[in-house]
Unconditional design. Structure first.
Length: 378
């Protein structure tokens, strides 16, 4: 849509005002609520909603409403998932204007306690690259007249404005994450180049003192201190491994997984081997590949911290539409998980976000197998 197509100067000014209001640095949830409220006011309607498309592109993962009280939302129950008229909007990817919802062929009605709604106007929220991020839905104009083509034009233009603002929000967030990643990398270098070297120096000094001691208790205390230094150095190396960000984003998934697996042996003293399916990297998009490497890093870190393993086997396979990461160790294992720790919760959450799951199998004395899956085209 082009601004020059908006023929009403008052509405054009209202749209420009809305654009300026959208230029905020709020949280994403606050920004989305503001988008819905602004769109509803622009259209002069009683109710509005923003449906965020799920990763499958066919259902809604979030539904933000405007005009309904908390009590009304509670009485209505579960938010819509993308059926009926909303589903037609998702499939069509185009503005949809309906004079009477009850007469539309795609209508499936409303749940009990839902306010009556007759007029409907829906438009896609489109980002700069043309991706449909979600849909705006507006119902019940204040004047009770059907929505017009000018209403559709105004709201469709605002849908693109909202998409651009969401793009800007995501860009700012990525820049903040980049700054954090750079700071984490600097911290990792400082820990490795300064702290570990100093600890090595202290340890060497204590070892030189040992032959000069003629007191058994003093010798025992120095040996305990040396053991604690070695354990501290190991913990710091593990920490460096965890915070050191993933380099070589231009490498394939297989190359990154191989480099990370070999890094475990060189940095942390665990023998680790990778078995990756040939040509797998060509069938996995970058989003899935990035999160798979982060999941592998988390799993390997957990193994080094908790398992006392000496050997680790990493496997990467494609199974249907899923990428499957299996990591098996020969560590102490456990009989049952008593509440997931932060690491396992992160793995499960990351897998769920990518349409997969994380399954942990273990028994005391027999090591652990972690199976982590994600959609290859997440």
């Amino acid at each position: 849509m082009r601004f020059k197509e908006l023929r009403d100067p008052e509405r054009l000014h209202a749209l420009i005002d809305a654009m300026l209001l959208m230029e905020t640095d709020s949280t994403l949830s606050s920004l989305l609520r503001q988008i819905v409220a602004t769109a509803t006011d622009l259209a002069g309607a009683r109710y509005g909603a923003l449906g965020v498309l799920a990763r499958d592109g066919a259902t809604l993962s979030e539904f933000i409403t405007y005009g309904l009280s908390p009590q009304q939302r509670e009485r209505i129950g579960q938010p819509p998932s993308g059926k009926g008229v909303l589903g037609e909007m998702i499939r069509g990817g185009q503005p949809l204007r309906i004079d009477d919802l009850s007469q539309h062929s795609a209508s499936v009605g409303f749940p009990p306690s839902h306010p009556p709604m007759r007029r409907f106007l829906g438009v896609p929220v489109v980002t700069r690259d043309g991706h449909i991020w979600g849909n705006l839905y507006i119902t019940e104009p204040m004047n009770d007249a059907p929505f017009t083509y000018d209403d559709e034009l105004l709201l469709a233009t605002f849908g693109r404005v909202a998409g651009a603002v969401i793009d800007q929000f995501n860009l700012r967030r990525e820049l903040r994450e980049l700054s954090v990643a750079e700071e984490r990398e600097r911290l990792a270098r400082d820990l490795h180049d300064t702290v570990i070297q100093r600890l090595f120096g202290v340890g060497l000094g204590l070892q030189l003192v040992l032959p000069l001691l003629d007191n058994d208790e003093a010798t025992a205390r120095v040996n305990v201190a040396l053991d604690e230094l070695n354990e501290t150095i190991h913990d710091i190396r593990t920490t460096i491994f965890e915070i050191d960000h993933d380099h070589g984003t231009e490498d394939t998934l297989g190359q990154r997984a191989d480099a990370l697996t070999r890094e475990v042996g060189s940095r942390l003293g665990v023998e680790a081997r990778l078995d990756a399916q040939s040509g797998l990297s060509h069938n996995v998009d970058e989003h899935c590949a990035h999160h798979t490497i982060q999941a592998l890093r988390e799993i390997l870190s957990n193994i080094v911290r908790h398992s006392e393993a000496t050997h680790v086997q990493v496997e990467l396979r494609g199974e249907g539409e899923f990428l499957v990461l299996r990591v098996r160790d020969d560590g102490v294992g456990f009989d049952q998980v008593v509440g997931f720790g932060r690491g396992l919760r992160n793995l499960a959450s990351r897998a769920k976000d990518l349409g997969g799951e994380c399954v942990v199998e273990s028994s005391a004395g027999n090591g652990t197998l972690v199976t982590w899956t994600a959609l290859k085209k997440a």
